[in-house]
Ligand binder design. Structure first.
Ligand SMILES: [Ca+2]
Length: 391
């Protein structure tokens, strides 16, 4: 292990990145000595099989313009960066219907910008407005205009060549209803719901307080814990709204100067267009706008609360070392392990409060656990920077 300086050692990251990519390719069977002796049909078949092994992700988010919290735009860029690295395919993006407290509309422009920057055509749908009345309410009465996100989730599961990972970094509303409408589909085709919500422990000073994502729809959140799909749970907080790192909370504070160092002009414009809370509809022109270096320098002085990076990486089979390198989860040196998932038993009341304990047996409920709290924030910031430099 090495100290994590604020100034990135780019050559180190690049070398480790290449080594990790080599490991991933070997694990996937793509670097074979006899590749050049295959027939065209064999090569095509192998290529298709290999493509099927690339994790498929559907990303759920509360992504708005003007933004409610810019972390969702960083998470969106994380998902698309994994696609650029060939480490994930994106089945679709589901955006919450804006809750009353938000002034923004679903930011489909940000998805259009990401598609443009990546040369992709990832579909997006806006979630339902009405909320479930109970944890078993599949909302059969929903108007069809409220069903686009639910249908996108179900069609992504049905169409997945393997199994679908779902990353949930906003409310659980549409995933919960989709799971109730077709539990067998979720049981058979969902690799995991990577749930970024809740707290590992209630705040003793405010025991009635819910974490923000849970508060958006506590019944839907509770319903997911009864889902037949595996749940990988990344509580936003170790202790509710404490704004501190803790062993079972995914929160970290990220410096813009670390995360945004050396990114492309167009990605700078993506973030500036969002951070400035502009309501301009000129999303395409914005990507190629002239940069104001002084304004960008001011942006770099800010810090950002982040919660979901580990979950999105894990959906793609990737993890982060104590040095901040991104490596395949199945190839990490145990001494480098920054965090891991642990089997638990967990229940959730319909008002969104969880009770959990570790399980000796392997279960289909896992909780996030940080092993090196001191290095976690900066290591995650470096990982985000590695991803953002893909654009
Ligand atoms: Ca969010």
């Amino acid at each position: 292990m090495k100290p994590l300086p604020i100034e990135e050692n780019h050559s180190h990251i690049s070398r480790r990145h290449l080594l990790a990519a080599g490991c991933a390719a070997l694990a996937g069977g793509s670097l074979r000595a006899d590749d050049n002796t295959q027939s065209g049909d064999q090569a095509a078949a192998n290529g298709a099989a290999q493509a099927d092994r690339v994790p498929l992700i559907l990303h759920q988010t509360d992504l708005f313009r003007p933004h409610g919290d810019p972390d969702d735009h960083f998470d969106l860029a994380t998902v698309f960066a994994l696609a650029l690295r060939g480490q994930a395919k994106i089945a679709g993006i589901v955006i919450d219907s804006p809750p009353p407290r938000r002034v923004g509309d679903p930011d489909v422009a940000a998805i259009a910008q990401m598609n443009r920057l990546c040369g992709l055509c990832v579909p997006a749908a806006v979630g339902s407005g009405p909320l479930m009345s109970s944890i078993t309410d599949s909302m059969p009465q929903l108007d069809r205009t409220d069903c686009g996100a639910i249908e996108l989730i179900l069609s992504a599961l049905r169409g997945a060549p393997g199994r679908l990972h779902i990353t949930c970094v906003g409310s659980a509303s549409d995933i919960a209803v989709a799971a109730l409408r077709d539990p067998e589909l979720f049981a058979g085709r969902c690799a995991a719901i990577h749930l970024d919500a809740g707290s590992a422990h209630d705040n003793p000073d405010r025991p009635e307080q819910l974490e923000f994502n849970v508060s958006l729809n506590p019944i839907a959140y509770a319903s997911l814990f009864s889902s037949p799909a595996p749940i990988c749970w990344y509580p936003c907080w170790d202790t509710t709204e404490s704004w501190q790192c803790g062993p079972n909370g995914a929160f970290y504070k990220m410096s813009h100067r670390v995360a945004l160092d050396g990114i492309s002009k167009r990605l700078r414009n993506f973030f500036t267009f969002m951070l400035d809370r502009t309501e301009s509809a000129k999303w395409l022109a914005a990507l190629d706008a002239d940069m104001d270096d002084r304004h960008w320098e001011e942006i770099l002085t800010h810090n950002r609360g982040m919660w979901s990076t580990a979950s999105i990486l894990r959906a793609a089979g990737q993890t982060v070392t104590r040095d901040g390198d991104i490596v395949p989860e199945d190839a990490i040196d145990p001494n480098d392990t920054l965090y891991r998932m642990e089997s638990i038993e967990v229940t959730c009341t319909s008002d969104g409060f969880t009770t959990w304990k570790h399980s000796e047996k392997k279960t289909n409920r896992q909780i996030f656990h940080i092993l090196d709290l001191e290095r976690y924030p900066l290591a995650m910031g470096h990982a985000v920077n590695t991803l953002l430099k893909e654009f």
